[in-house]
Design a protein. Structure first.
Length: 262
């Protein structure tokens, strides 16, 4: 009897049922909290973030943060107390709204202060052009121009022009990618495909089905929420991280404790 071929349309990662269930619960609010219009804030509702820093946070999910200082698809210090992971698609209108309206403010307020690190995950869900744009963004990153490409691809009207090969090259040029021949090779190479596949698998493993989806130190947030939602989540994460750090015994205290046991 011939073996059935695995379904490769949606990568699946085996993870703890507890983690998956918890995250799906966190992301289930998407329909109620996603902005109804990408062009204005009046149609958006603020997702509730509890005043309790631990409420709605799943510690297991903090491990999804890579904190790799060499990660070219990340902004901010690798040791920042808070990591915001974004799962997004360049053809997603709500992702563009977040990139233009909210992310720059988060960078100014938190990333520049060393409080926040933003880690990008390519999560293309809108077909071949989404996949191509994801690989192109990774290729731009290999020459240190990911965030410039990100800005160009999310500029007003950019996605309406599509993400065909010539358009992606034009975006790379606009982003200041120096070696366009290398860019083309990288974007079509196996390393880019593998990097995007890895990001997709991670997104699917936490139950993300819509873009953008976020994790803030293990707290799921769904949709292009207003600045207030992210501010509340980040401030709660900072408070939690500070409390955890304060609770750790100092080196001198540990030494004293060791002396007492002698």
């Amino acid at each position: 009897m011939p073996k059935s071929k695995p379904n490769r349309s949606r990568p699946v990662v085996i993870i703890s049922g507890v983690v998956l269930a918890a995250t799906l619960l966190g992301l289930a609010s998407y329909a109620a909290t996603a902005p109804s219009s990408p062009s204005g804030s009046s149609g958006s509702s603020v997702a509730e973030v509890s005043a309790d820093p631990a409420d709605g946070v799943y510690p297991e999910l903090e491990a999804y943060a890579r904190r790799d200082a060499a990660d070219r698809l990340a902004l901010g210090r690798a040791d920042a107390p808070v990591v915001l992971i974004e799962y997004a698609d360049f053809k997603c209108g709500f992702c563009g709204k977040f990139a233009r309206d909210t992310e720059p403010a988060l960078v100014r307020k938190y990333v520049d202060a060393g409080t926040l690190r933003i880690e990008w995950r390519n999560f293309p869900i809108f077909g071949e052009e989404s996949e191509a744009a994801a690989r192109a963004s990774w290729a731009a990153g290999q020459q240190g121009r990911f965030w410039e490409f990100h800005k160009a691809a999310y500029a007003p009207g950019a996605k309406e022009k599509g993400f065909g090969k010539e358009r992606l090259t034009a975006l790379a040029k606009e982003a200041g990618v120096a070696d366009l021949a290398r860019f083309a090779r990288d974007a079509d190479g196996q390393a880019a495909r593998e990097a995007v596949r890895k990001d997709q698998e991670q997104g699917y493993s936490i139950g993300a089905a819509s873009t953008p989806s976020f994790l803030v130190n293990g707290r799921p947030i769904a949709g292009a929420q207003p600045m207030e939602t992210f501010t509340q989540a980040i401030e709660a994460a900072v408070k939690s991280a500070t409390s955890a750090q304060s609770a750790k015994p100092t080196a001198s205290a540990q030494s004293a404790g060791a002396e007492d046991k002698r």
